[in-house]
Design a binder for this molecule. Structure first.
Ligand code: FRU
Length: 519
């Protein structure tokens, strides 16, 4: 993240620090009448967004005793980035969310930047008991005063714990647990339990590379190794790492997946998430990968990481549905930004090459009103228009083997978003240049391009989720994914399917389904 408004941020930091001291940490209970709740223009209806004010990265994603915790970078005083806290929400099904009081407030060591949380089952930290294992949050402290003074050691790592399943948090008195010896960008710790070596491992980023550290008790940390100075994309700062093992689908082979968010330097501009497939031997992460791989080719999926301790070892990913290029300028008033839908990550192998798929979690089906499916045939060089009033809160889904077609979503103002499959050129386009309000920032009105080099020869699924101010496109069950924000001035009400080739195409099991709101 670039912080162009640093002096203002410093003033705000001081005000917040002073005001936090006297503050009851519980935010005011919203007295909004339910029918008006979450109905503002552009308000996502089935994605997580905070009730009000600024949000960025998902943090501390951990599952414990039937509860999925979602913490997030939060500034409770404004709808632009400011002194960071950890906001908090919980869910039993990853679909419906309950807002909780702010979990972590800035303190004398600094603002609370991104990080992770674990269940310390063996009570290695001593913060709880084995019968009641503590949740331990591991995060970055960002000391504004240090940064303003021109120092480079202003980011350190701290921990906090909860023995009531996340309701209240206590900071460790020995913070910071990792000091900084002069690395300007040194942040976003993601911690996991290494089953083989019986130790905690932390993935941490340091400007242009990853560092791995380990610890027996989450308090004393030792540096193990570095990775990545000469690997992957380096168009910007490395942020928000995640490292975890994953079975290759349909085999017993296991590989390690490293997620690295990078800003700027994403393929369609600004912020994006790259990944590496390799091995971890308890000390080092290594990979033979030479190409650069991206988790999502759209402009609006950043800083995403996976749940710790999720049931059945599933790797469930949530990303921040925005981009630092324009995150502060998007046209919402009460709150700013939302998370992607939770997605399950799977690893697929074709030949010697691996790819990481990401696809909505199964539970999302529970809010999709399934309609009768039908088969649609569109003759060569013709189009079919399907009116659907609720297209702004819907799922479009079908199977096809077509390689040259366009889906257009438009409204009565002729605002449109275009999804175009140019299978022969092996490219997919998402064009939001005329999608509605695009003027708020110069970079927003973009045509986003995704290479689709290994699209199946035969049938594959196209699934599109639209939710007031976002679109998520999943091709072939998450092999190719684009996530993008949209701000139409009126709801989209028509879907046009255009056959760009000469021979007829078939869309099998086609349906536009209404998606229920979760609030
Ligand atoms: C990523 C990021 C993190 C940092 C946080 C600050 O979006 O820049 O690296 O911890 O946001 O809010």
């Amino acid at each position: 993240m670039n912080l162009p408004t640093r002096p203002l941020v410093l003033v705000l930091a001081i005000i917040t620090l002073v005001s936090c001291k006297n503050k009851d940490p519980k935010p005011e209970v919203s007295e909004t009448v339910k029918t008006d709740y979450y109905t503002e223009p552009y308000r996502p209806q089935f994605h997580f967004s905070p009730e009000e004010k600024w949000m960025n990265d998902p943090n501390g994603m951990v599952y414990h005793k039937g509860i999925y915790h979602l913490f997030y970078q939060y500034y409770p005083e404004d709808i632009v980035w400011g002194p960071m806290h950890w906001g908090h929400a919980t869910s039993k099904d990853l679909v419906h969310w309950e807002h909780k009081p702010i979990a972590l407030f800035p303190d004398k060591h600094g603002l609370i930047f991104s990080g992770s949380a674990v269940v310390d089952f063996a009570n290695t930290s001593g913060f709880g008991t084995e019968d009641n294992p503590p949740l331990v949050a591991i995060f970055t402290y960002h000391l504004m005063e240090g940064e303003q003074a021109g120092r480079k050691d202003f980011q350190t790592q701290g921990i906090a714990y909860s023995i009531d399943n996340g309701d209240t948090w206590t900071k460790y008195e020995g913070n910071p647990v990792i000091e900084n010896d002069g690395i300007k960008d040194f942040r976003d710790p993601k911690v996991f339990w290494d089953e083989v070596n019986h130790t905690w491992v932390m993935a941490l980023v340091a400007g242009d590379h990853l560092q791995l550290w380990n610890s027996d008790d989450l308090k004393k940390w030792t540096k193990l190794s570095e990775f990545g100075k000469d690997k992957g994309a380096h168009g910007g700062v490395w942020e928000c790492p995640d490292l975890f093992p994953l079975k290759v689908e349909g085999s017993d082979e296991e590989k390690w997946v490293l997620l690295i968010s990078i800003n700027p330097g994403a393929p369609n501009g600004g912020s994006g998430t790259q990944y590496f497939i390799g091995d971890f031997d308890g000390e080092k992460f290594t990979t033979d990968q030479t190409d650069i791989k991206w988790l999502d080719w759209g402009t609006d999926n950043y800083a995403g990481v996976t749940y710790s301790n999720a049931p059945s070892d599933e790797k469930i990913f949530i990303g921040w549905m925005s981009n630092w290029a324009y995150a502060r300028d998007t046209p919402t008033e009460k709150w700013r930004s939302a998370m992607t839908v939770p997605r399950k990550l799977t690893l697929q192998k074709t030949g010697d090459d691996f790819s990481l798929f990401n696809y909505p979690v199964r539970n999302l089906e529970s809010i999709v009103d399934r309609k009768d499916k039908k088969d649609i045939t569109v003759a060569g060089s013709t189009k079919e228009v399907i009116p659907f009033e609720g297209l702004n809160q819907a799922e479009v889904r079908f199977q096809t083997s077509a390689k040259n077609f366009q889906l257009k979503l438009n409204n009565s103002l002729n605002e449109e978003v275009l999804l175009t499959m140019f299978g022969e050129e092996k490219q997919f386009f998402l064009d939001r240049t005329n999608s509605g309000n695009v003027e708020f920032q110069d970079d927003f009105a973009s045509v986003q391009i995704m290479p689709v080099e290994d699209l199946p020869e035969g049938e594959y699924e196209v699934r599109v989720l639209i939710d007031n101010s976002s679109i998520e496109v999943f091709i072939n069950k998450g092999q190719y994914v684009m996530t993008s924000q949209l701000f139409p001035n009126e709801n989209y009400t028509d879907l046009t399917i255009e056959n760009l080739g000469d021979s007829e195409i078939n869309l099998k099991g086609f349906a536009i389904n209404r998606v229920k709101r979760i609030w």
